[in-house]
Design a protein around this ligand. Structure first.
Ligand SMILES: Cc1cc2nc3c(=O)[nH]c(=O)nc-3n(C[C@H](O)[C@H](O)[C@H](O)COP(=O)(O)OP(=O)(O)OC[C@H]3O[C@@H](n4cnc5c(N)ncnc54)[C@H](O)[C@@H]3O)c2cc1C
Length: 418
């Protein structure tokens, strides 16, 4: 049985996202006998009716890094409006919650269209995270000269402390504050981004890639448990903070046609000992390689980067560019005094890369995904979208990561190789 759902690699495995549509079985399985056509199209080999996968080497002594990041969440959805500061036009592009990587191109397209309407020959971009860098590249593609002003270059931004999977509606907004108009805009951004990412598939270094993701469980999958609860049960209006996961907006059904299906695997058809296994496929981004392509395009097209920290909005008027795209991420809370931004803390542990492993796993509230820059392990605590909400601590918690690694290690007990 197959259903449409994102296999989440930066979101708690959220029942609201599991739409439970039944599709005829067969499509993915019929591919699975093929040898993987390079890492970008890896599907498992099947020998004797069972998939053959290499095991993840999850052990705490292989942890090479623990990264913490704050998702820049706004209940209203990302800020994309324009405002005037004297003779400077500022177009905002920040507040993408847990979806900044996924929506980056579409959001940049919206911001750059607003900038282009002022017919500038040059623009400034504040920030060099994933949103600033894609905005800069999009502005160049629209024929503008671009200077990025930023406190940190891409490799030091919060963006590269994220998970980096296709999760376009992860903590992107709350249903009520976002309102009805945001759904169509979200869809436009998601579809534009999806197409843009596809143009990076198959390039050397796999900047953008797909892999199979397995969800292991001790209990059978029950479709009716996965239907969406009624949205907006909480009390955001009186508290200024969501009170439960049901308040978070879900738009994934709008792009069902481009979302790979998920199927329930036959018992014994995978190497995992867990009795119930589901398999989906998801797009993800390899930070180093993808960042390299973006920077290369930006610099080859004459882009300039100036290291500079702004402290208050009026400083933008000193720039020679009179059109500015403002992409500071969570830092807009201080730099633009935007109190609507709510931090949502998240932590990932990075283990030594395993090139021979090309899949992801979700079990007991922990996800693992093999990326070119490491085996990434992330713990969730069963709190749904409330996980990390309001927590602005960027201090790593090693005990949390070690416990998560241990969960993944145990998932390989009884794993059958060959
Ligand atoms: C644990 C975790 C996992 C995530 N996983 C995913 C995922 O799987 N998929 C997904 O789509 N999204 C994911 N996200 C969300 C995503 O990482 C963010 O939405 C995204 O990184 C925001 O990018 P940004 O460019 O807006 O901000 P940032 O990366 O924070 O970049 C901001 C830029 O602005 C600069 N800047 C800030 N203040 C100033 C100033 N005063 N003066 C000058 N420059 C300034 C900074 O130096 C930086 O260059 C995740 C987030 C977390 C925390």
């Amino acid at each position: 049985m197959k259903s449409r759902m994102p296999m989440p690699f930066d979101r708690p495995f959220d029942r609201r996202r599991l739409l439970g549509h039944s599709l005829a079985a067969g499509g993915l399985m019929s591919l699975s006998g093929c040898a993987g056509a390079g890492p970008g199209l890896a599907t498992a080999r099947v020998i004797g009716g069972r998939e053959v996968l290499m095991p993840m080497r999850a052990s705490v002594d292989r942890i090479t890094d623990i990264k913490v990041c704050l998702r820049p969440f706004r209940p209203q959805g990302p800020r994309l409006d324009a405002e005037r500061l004297g003779d400077t036009l500022v177009i905002h592009n920040y507040g993408h919650g847990g979806s900044g990587w996924s929506l980056s191109w579409g959001s940049a397209e919206v911001a750059v269209a607003k900038a282009a309407a002022a017919l500038p020959d040059r623009v400034a971009v504040v920030g060099c995270g994933i949103i600033g860098l894609t905005s800069a590249v999009m502005a160049q593609r629209a024929g503008m000269q671009v200077t990025i002003y930023t406190k940190e270059v891409f490799s030091r931004t919060r963006s590269v402390r994220a998970n980096g999977s296709w999760t376009p509606d992860s903590r992107i907004a709350l249903t009520k504050p976002a309102g009805e108009n945001f759904g169509p805009l979200w869809e436009r951004m998601a579809r534009f981004s999806w197409k843009s990412f596809r143009s990076y598939l198959g390039l050397p270094g796999n900047p953008v890639d797909f892999s199979d993701n397995y969800r292991l469980s001790d209990r059978p999958h029950v479709a009716h448990e996965e239907e969406a609860p009624p949205p907006g049960k909480g009390d955001y209006a009186s508290t200024g903070m969501p009170q439960d996961s049901s308040e978070f907006a879900s738009y994934s059904d709008r792009i069902e046609d481009i979302t790979p299906a998920v199927e329930t695997m036959e018992p014994g058809s995978t190497p995992f000992a867990a009795p119930y296994v589901r398999r989906g496929s998801n797009m993800f981004f390899n930070f180093a390689s993808y960042g390299h392509y973006l920077m290369q395009e930006f610099l080859e097209n004459g882009g300039r980067i100036e290291i500079r920290e702004f402290h208050e909005p009026g400083e933008l008027a000193q720039l020679k560019e009179k059109v500015v795209i403002n992409c500071p991420g969570y830092a807009a809370r201080d730099w633009w005094r935007d109190a609507t931004l709510i931090p949502v803390r998240g932590q990932t542990a990075w283990l030594i890369p395993q090139a021979e492993v090309h899949y992801g796993l979700y079990t007991n509230n922990v996800s693992a995904l093999s990326k070119s820059d490491g085996l990434m392990i992330q713990a969730f605590h069963g709190l749904g979208d409330m996980e990390g909400l309001g927590n602005s601590s960027e201090l790593p918690d090693r005990a949390e990561s070690e416990a998560a690694v241990e969960v993944i290690r145990k998932a390989f007990a009884g794993f059958r190789q060959g």
